[in-house]
Design a protein around this ligand. Structure first.
Ligand code: ADP
Ligand code: MG
Length: 305
């Protein structure tokens, strides 16, 4: 029943009506939102330049947003859903459709401004994989980078992906690897070790919780953690490593849901094996650290919505 479509200036009146009604119902902000000052002309101009999205329910407009061009990112503005249409997943559908639009336009990700006074709005965007990358008074800049996918036909491709990723890594970076046993996590980490030029051998850390591989050329060490055997993130934090994680590249196998607490900026790598044995790697960079890193080019990967 709910439909989302990309719209141009010909939908300015409907988009304006949604924005006015949605923003009129919000608590007053300081400085106030200028959404209520929008006119058919201002919305029409924005839509003509960059387009937007309109959500309808049973044909009636219930949600909208405007796009802007932020270089290699797609900007979202005036994201609004009518009070009576809340809790029907409309905002979620708008967020998903915006990601599709960003991918179609060849953008690396999406960016928006949220207000600190609206914690539920911020929580919504966080749930949709946006993280705060900047704050100016009560204005938060939130970023979501689009995931990438590579196929890995052979074990050498898995190793090479690690070696390539190593080129853009520096001390303090955190990688979180997930995937079933045998999916290629350790093979990838071996490539990472090769690329970083650390002392090997990198092996499955199953019988130790963490292993430190010092650099052979004055670069960051590689800390290889098996979080599968850890109870919780606190334990991971308490790991008595000889190396400060700020001076190393840290790789956590099986770390999803555990290691996120270590650093808000991270790269999540999910290794999967389909029934017909096609192996893929999905790479999701999170946080401002990766804003200007062209992971797609480095990994020769495809961008997903
Ligand atoms: P994990 O650490 O996720 O348990 P490993 O990296 O130990 O998995 O890999 C298990 C086995 O799968 C190894 O023998 C490795 O050479 C092989 N392998 C890894 N990646 C691939 C791939 N893309 N294609 C085929 N075999 C692979
Ligand atoms: Mg392993």
């Amino acid at each position: 029943m709910t439909e989302i479509r990309q719209v141009d200036a010909s939908s300015a009146e409907e988009v304006l009506a949604v924005i006015h009604e949605a923003f009129a119902g919000r608590p007053p902000l300081d400085p106030p939102s200028t959404a209520l000052d929008e006119t058919v002309d201002s919305i029409g101009k924005a839509l003509a330049e960059h387009g937007g999205l309109l959500a309808t329910y049973a044909g009636e407009p219930v949600g909208a947003l405007l796009f802007s061009d932020e270089g290699h990112l797609l900007g979202l503005h005036r994201v609004g859903v009518l009070e009576r249409a809340r809790h029907h997943g409309v905002a979620r559908m708008l967020a998903d459709a915006a990601a599709v639009a960003a991918a179609e336009r060849g953008k690396a990700g999406l960016v928006l401004e949220a207000r600190a006074e609206l914690p539920r709005t911020i929580a919504f965007w966080q749930k949709n994989d946006y993280v705060e990358v900047d704050r100016n008074g009560s204005r938060l800049r939130m970023l979501r980078l689009l995931p990438l996918r590579l196929t890995l036909p052979t074990a050498e491709d898995t190793r090479l992906a690690g070696e390539r990723l190593a080129r853009v890594l520096r001390a303090g970076d955190l990688l979180i690897l997930t995937g079933d046993l045998g999916a290629g996590k350790t093979t990838f980490t071996q490539g990472l070790g090769d690329g970083l030029g650390v002392r090997g051998p990198v092996t499955s850390p199953t019988f130790v919780i963490a292993r430190v591989h010092p650099s052979l050329r004055g670069g960051p060490a590689l800390v290889h953690v098996d979080a599968y055997r850890l109870g919780d993130a606190a334990e991971l934090d308490d790991l008595d490593l000889d190396t400060d994680l700020d001076t190393a590249v840290t790789v956590v196998e099986w770390g999803s849901g555990l290691a996120e607490a270590l650093a808000s900026d991270r790269i999540a790598l999910r290794f999967e094996r389909s029934e017909d044995d096609v192996r893929t790697l999905t790479v999701t960079a999170v946080g401002g650290r990766w804003l200007d890193v062209d992971l797609r080019a480095e990994l020769d990967a495809t961008r997903l919505a």
